[in-house]
Design a protein around this ligand. Structure first.
Ligand SMILES: *Cc1c(COP(=O)(O)O)cnc(C)c1O
Length: 358
């Protein structure tokens, strides 16, 4: 049976990414060696990193003065690497969920953290609004937020305006919309949601946002080391970077970010329409903050007893990974770029069929 992969991360990758990675595991770039055993210093792998950086910059229209890095450690390492490099006295954060909470906790080791707003009292089912719920103080070193809250299914799909350097965790919605990179000092994310298998973290950093803290920085933690060495200071995650390049080539081939954004919006609209229409289900987040990447929904109060039945019914239809995160419950369907409309149709059909049965 065909499987429809709705996992939140690691998550679905394009068939092209998987096929090309499989080929390179057998024979990488005609070297007669596997990508698994090649030196990261080989000219063939250097070409992979160079092309991945160039395509990343091209697709996201990264302006001059910014560097794209491919590092290890996951987005969670960025939670402390950012303040290590950028927090001298005080930083401002917005708390929109588990990942933002973790970022705030990590930053507190380095200085004062002002939490400007939080939606924790609503179990993070909405996003506090800049200008209405909070303003960004000018006496902080930077302002940090999370663009897409993977667990709770909320998303900020605009680039905020900050009077101070702005840092954003875009782990789960990078490449789902055009981004005005020039508004940010730094953007980071684990690549395992919309780009690559687990193991590589992308960082887009503005060179002149660095070098402003007085604390000494170990080489591995200093972004400037990785800029200087072109992400090759230590052994980078070779295989995930290769797969990331394949995904970037695929993104370019299908027409770039605007084309993907249109597909992502269409997929999300179809699923939210069904959630709103179907008497068995309801969405969990404020309508205006609904994520187009991670769609969270639960059974309506009269039908909560059917949750387990629907989970089993969905599994019988080949729908994989729709169990909601334990902090929300119910269901979560992740609609990353590589997920075809056909899979959304399969989920919507299952919801309709299940409704008709009850
Ligand atoms: C998955 C995720 C993380 C954590 O990423 P790791 O690579 O596992 O550290 C952080 N932030 C967001 C928004 C995520 O979706």
């Amino acid at each position: 049976m065909k499987k429809h992969n709705f996992y939140a991360g690691p998550s679905i990758l394009s068939a092209y990414t998987i096929e090309e990675t499989a080929k390179a595991i057998k024979d990488f770039a005609g070297t007669g060696l596997s990508i698994l055993e090649i030196s990261h210093r080989s000219k063939e792998f250097q070409a992979v990193v160079d092309e991945a950086v160039a395509l990343f910059k091209e697709l996201l229209e990264v302006p001059e003065g910014y560097h794209v890095l491919f590092l290890g450690g996951g987005a969670s390492t960025q939670f402390y690497m950012v303040p290590f490099n950028m927090l001298e006295k005080k930083a401002a954060y917005v708390n929109t969920g588990t990942w933002a909470t973790n970022a705030i906790k990590a930053a507190k080791f380095f200085g004062d953290v002002e939490v400007l707003a939080s939606s924790e009292e609503f179990n993070f089912n909405r996003i506090p609004k800049l200008g209405k719920d909070y303003t960004i103080p000018t006496d902080c070193d930077y302002f940090h937020y999370t663009s897409n809250n993977t667990i709770y299914g909320t998303e900020t799909r605009v680039d905020l305006d900050s009077p101070i350097p702005m840092v954003c965790d875009m782990s789960s919605d990078i490449f789902s919309r055009p981004v005005d990179v020039s508004k940010y000092a730094l953007i980071y994310g684990g690549a395992q949601k919309n780009l690559a298998p687990a193991g590589v973290t992308f960082v887009i950093v503005k060179e002149d946002a660095l070098g402003k803290v007085t604390r000494p920085l170990p080489a591995m933690i200093d972004y400037r080391t990785h800029i200087k060495k072109g992400s090759m200071y230590n052994t980078p995650p070779v295989l995930p970077i290769y797969s990331a390049l394949m995904t970037l080539r695929y993104y370019k081939e299908i027409g770039g970010i605007k084309v993907m954004e249109k597909m992502d919006l269409d997929k999300a609209a179809k699923l939210y329409d069904e959630i709103d229409r179907n008497k068995l289900f309801r969405g969990t987040v404020a309508t205006e903050d609904r994520s187009i990447m991670n769609v969270c929904f639960v059974m309506n109060p009269d039908y909560v007893d059917l949750e387990k039945d629907f989970a089993e019914f969905a599994a019988s239809k080949g729908l994989v990974g729709i169990k909601g995160h334990r902090s929300v419950g119910g269901f979560r369907a992740s609609l990353y770029n590589a997920l075809p409309m056909e899979s959304v149709d399969a989920l919507v059909d299952a919801m309709k069929e299940f409704e008709a049965k009850h």
